[in-house]
Write a protein that binds this ligand. Structure first.
Ligand code: TMP
Length: 204
């Protein structure tokens, strides 16, 4: 069996995390080994870097470099070995998140992003990306309902998430073959059904 690399994306509060288990289960039901993982994180070093980027103040370029540093480690230690043995990798965020948050949200030069992407994963892109799309105002209300201490990104203003969302949608347009945009404004069951339909289309 050939491994596949699936990623899940969306602004904070879009609800992607609630659907990761269902996506993994759908893969597993096909008899494949599933590796569920996340970025930033997914390795001991990556999880340390996650703690830094989510909580310590830093410059936008530093932030992008740390995201890509964690990603490199994740690719080498987890993603590539899993794909090589035929496992399916379901990853909560990947480089599209850097494009959306650091380029769209923070204004990082897209040419710098492209250079880092070419350095860190010159030949690897997700086979399919499921983008949970939601209005930032609705996402913010969902976030507030969670009532836990927000991290450095979650504390950003609605305008920031407007830019992140626009960058995600722009990326979805330029990579239309691998992106599947899911309307995350509908009730949970409807979102799940859209995800399952998109999965069936992406991986027939
Ligand atoms: P999570 O809460 O979905 O696990 O993501 C952690 C935060 O990190 C989220 O606010 C998005 C942000 N992030 C970036 O800004 N750039 C990246 O490249 C990645 C992977 C995440």
């Amino acid at each position: 069996m050939t491994g596949r690399f699936l990623t899940v994306e969306g602004i904070d509060g879009a609800g992607k995390s609630s659907h990761l288990a269902a996506l993994s289960e759908a893969v597993r039901s096909r008899g494949a080994e599933v590796v569920m993982t996340r970025e930033p994180g997914g390795t001991p070093l990556g999880e340390k870097l996650r703690g830094l980027v989510l909580h310590d103040a830093m410059d936008g370029v530093t932030e992008a470099l740390l995201m890509f540093a964690a990603r490199r480690e994740h690719l080498v230690q987890v993603i590539e070995p899993a794909l090589a043995r035929g496992a399916w990798v379901v990853c909560d965020r990947f480089s599209d998140a850097t494009y959306a948050y650091q380029c769209g949200g923070r204004g990082l030069d897209r040419a710098v992003f492209a250079q880092l992407e070419a350095l860190v994963h010159p030949e690897r892109q997700p086979d399919a990306t499921f983008l949970f799309d939601l209005d930032p105002g609705v996402a913010a209300a969902r976030q507030r309902a969670q009532r836990r201490e927000p991290d450095r990104f979650e504390r950003e203003a609605e305008a920031f998430f407007g830019r992140v969302r626009d960058a995600y949608l722009e990326r979805a347009r330029t990579h239309a073959k691998r992106f599947h945009v899911i309307d995350a404004s509908t009730p949970l069951e409807a979102v799940r059904a859209s995800l399952m339909a998109a999965f069936a289309r992406a991986c027939p």
